[in-house]
Design a protein around this ligand. Structure first.
Ligand code: PLP
Length: 461
């Protein structure tokens, strides 16, 4: 099974890439301050210093894109358009692929849903992030018929489930498979190349949700043979509100613009009957109406360059050593159960979810923050069906903080997720593992209460 180019032989970078906020200190509820340990990269990664520096260097030259006659407008337009080329190179796109700039992965997948040909059948695993799970039915996809595929327990089973579903489909209509490259819950890599081959063998197309893959692994559209790929800047160290949808131009070109307005239209003329006649662009601009987010787009290009120039393969190798350290450290704590769909041997990125016996996950996450200065996430991570499958729990209220939702032998209702990447120093991982051990063996040193459904330190006493 190969989700990505093999990086096992890469040489490790031994130091993290500089990111913003690396020296920020936060107060502890128990007194004193510590440097903040950002271990919630899967939600939003800190900006790479290099991205920030590139944006700051460009900022004085910022100008209107595609419209102005002035020098700075032309410079900004060049920068904006060159960013497409940089992103296309980063993703190893085919020559005739289009790179459309969006707001995020969610936006990219909704854009794709809005251009589906009529009668399209969509196949999506129920384990997907809601951004990949939800856009297809009714909303953007209009008359799309969606088949939700059950959770596979091995990568091979994912291929088998998809093949079986595709074999039953109407062989003449258009079809799309949507799959994530790396799970935002388990970090596990999906067999993208094999799923793409299965999709194509049955005349379907495939879109790769690379929101969690692109920040952690090189993605080659050509090698994986996917039709589209979507990702977000803010998870790729470029938090300025832009995303990408890259891939086949034909469906994008044939559909109505995602947003109607200036920039998407080539010409607009009055018709004799009083209406207007619009000729829409056939390039990526067709789906980029309105003034574009040039800083966001430039920052994504800067991140692509920074990761490439740092040696992405060696970043992967370093991250893999952190993954191994976290998994080994958690395995030593018998009360911790790491969530996994594909089992211990599955290749994965730096995204690990777990539950702690006897602890409410929100309580545990709050204690990591308040007592150790560590930022993780708790909940269902916008992948409710997957997390509930992994926990074996039913949808319910997560319970009162402090009252463990997972007494020995009971099922947890929420999970804790730790995630990291190119900017994570070893110390953050060591502090996290030490905190887990201390909380499990000694308990929290502070009391917590529920406020607006979340656990917070009780500072009222
Ligand atoms: N897909 C996956 C796998 C994700 O993890 C996320 C966000 O967490 C998304 C899609 C949506 O990304 P965004 O919120 O940037 O649109």
């Amino acid at each position: 099974m190969s989700a990505c180019p093999n990086t096992a032989t890469a040489t490790a970078v031994h130091t993290p890439l500089p990111v913003l906020g690396r020296d920020v200190t936060v107060p502890l509820v128990t007194g004193g301050e510590v440097t903040y340990a950002a271990l919630d990269y899967a939600a939003s990664a800190p900006a790479l210093q290099r991205v920030w520096d590139d944006v700051a260097a460009y900022a004085p030259y910022y100008g209107s894109v595609h419209r102005g006659a002035g020098y700075l407008s032309q410079l900004s337009t060049d920068l904006f358009e060159n960013s497409r080329t940089t992103v296309a190179e980063f993703l190893d796109c085919r020559d005739d692929d289009q790179v459309v700039f969006t707001r995020s992965t969610t936006d990219s997948l909704n854009l794709l849903a809005s251009v589906l040909p009529s009668g399209c059948q969509v196949f999506v695993f129920e384990t997907e992030h809601h951004a990949s799970l939800l856009p297809w039915a009714g909303t953007g996809g209009r008359d799309a018929r969606v088949t939700y595929l059950s959770a596979p327990r091995t990568p091979q089973e994912a291929v088998t489930i998809l093949e079986r579903a595709l074999a039953d489909r109407d062989p003449y209509g258009p079809a799309l498979v949507c799959v994530t490259g790396a799970s935002n819950v388990t970090g596990e890599l999906w067999p993208v190349k094999e799923l793409a081959a299965a999709a194509h063998a049955h005349g379907a197309r495939i879109v790769l949700d690379a929101a969690q893959l692109a920040p952690h692994h090189p993605v080659s559209v050509r090698e994986l043979d996917v039709d589209w790929v979507a990702f977000s800047g803010h998870k790729l160290y470029a938090p300025f509100g832009s995303g990408v949808l890259a891939g086949r131009a034909d469906w994008l070109r044939s559909a109505d613009p995602y947003l109607a307005g200036g920039g998407a239209s080539r010409t607009v003329a009055r018709r004799p009957d009083g209406g207007v006649e619009v000729e829409w662009h056939t390039t990526a601009a067709r789906h980029e109406a309105g003034s574009p987010n040039v800083i966001g787009v430039y920052s994504i290009a800067a991140a692509c360059k920074a990761l490439t120039e740092a040696g992405f393969d060696s970043l992967v190798a370093r991250e893999q050593s952190l993954v191994a350290a976290v998994r080994a450290g958690l395995a030593e704590v018998p009360q911790v159960r790491v969530l996994s769909l594909f089992g211990d041997d599955a290749p994965r990125v730096g995204v690990i979810s777990f539950v702690v016996e006897g602890w409410n996950s929100s309580h545990f996450a709050a204690a990591l923050s308040a007592e150790y200065g560590i930022g993780v996430r708790d909940g269902l991570f916008c992948a409710h069906p997957l997390v509930r499958t992994l926990l074996g729990s039913d949808p319910q209220d997560p319970g009162e903080c402090g009252a463990p939702d997972a007494a020995p032998g009971e099922k947890s209702l929420n999970a804790i997720r730790v995630s990291f990447g190119a900017g994570t120093p070893d110390e953050h991982i060591e502090r996290f593992l030490n905190a887990v051990r201390e909380l499990v063996t000694q308990g929290a040193r502070w009391t917590y209460r529920t406020e607006d459904g979340r656990c917070v330190p009780d500072t009222t006493g």
